[in-house]
Design a protein around this ligand. Structure first.
Ligand code: CA
Length: 236
């Protein structure tokens, strides 16, 4: 799933620069040049993160940030304030209205990207590019490596895809049919019991005796990755 970023900035050149660099990182970028326009946009669709300029026409970044925090749909939306103001008082005021981070213009693009990634990691661990981490399990989507408590876990390609698919949406229950679509693909005719076989193999590889099982079987529905999974061993 792609991560959406909304840029709210009235300097067109800066918007273009940010858009270019964020898109190169694989983000989906949307932009608004006015505060009121951004306010409306946010009521239509909530992105994963907002880059918010302080000084904007029609509605200031500070006021927009207040509105973002006041609305239930966006109260936890990650916001990074962009501003030419570097005074400590302004910084405190910016953070005081609910911005998660604050970056002073002119800034370096790599630094901004690092802050975006860091904030997304804090806000939504599953969205950050290459690693899926839950409790003591780490799944690296690029090198296809999985570790549990630091121990390397060897999985077949199907079990890997299955775990990756489940870990992307912790807590969500998938039916066997949805898992077949998501992991095996739409045009494949496979018996739904095949899913059970692969879940069984995945559990066998993943769980040592006394380690808790991150895969939850939901009777009559399917499977999910346990959103409460902490990785600690079950008490005897
Ligand atoms: Ca501005």
């Amino acid at each position: 799933m792609s991560t959406r970023i909304l840029i709210v900035e009235d300097e067109e050149a800066l918007t273009l620069l940010l858009r270019y660099n964020l898109e190169a990182e694989g983000f989906i970028v949307d932009s608004a040049a006015r505060g009121d326009e951004a306010d409306l946009r946010l009521q239509e669709q909530v992105p994963d993160l907002v880059l918010l300029d302080w000084m904007l026409p029609a509605l200031s970044g500070i006021e927009l940030c207040r509105r973002i925090r006041a609305r239930r749909e966006t109260e936890r939306l990650p916001v990074i304030m962009l501003t030419a103001r570097g005074e400590e008082g302004d910084r405190i005021r910016g953070l005081g209205t609910g911005a998660d981070d604050y970056i002073v213009k002119p800034f370096s693009v790599p630094e901004l990207l690092a802050r975006v990634r860091a904030l997304l990691r804090r806000a939504k661990p599953a969205h950050v590019a290459n690693m899926l981490i839950a409790g003591d399990i780490e799944l690296d989507r690029v090198s296809h490596r999985i570790r549990r408590e630091g121990r390397e876990i060897h999985l077949g390609p199907t079990e890997f895809k299955l775990l990756e698919f489940l870990m992307q949406s912790p807590g969500r229950v998938f039916s066997r049919e949805q898992l077949l679509d998501g992991v095996w693909g739409h045009d494949v005719y496979i018996d739904e019991r095949t899913v059970d076989v692969h879940v069984g193999r995945l559990r066998k590889a993943l769980n040592r005796p006394r380690q808790s099982d991150p895969i939850r079987t939901v009777r009559g529905s399917g499977y999910s990755f346990d959103e409460m999974f902490e990785g600690e061993a079950e008490s005897a």
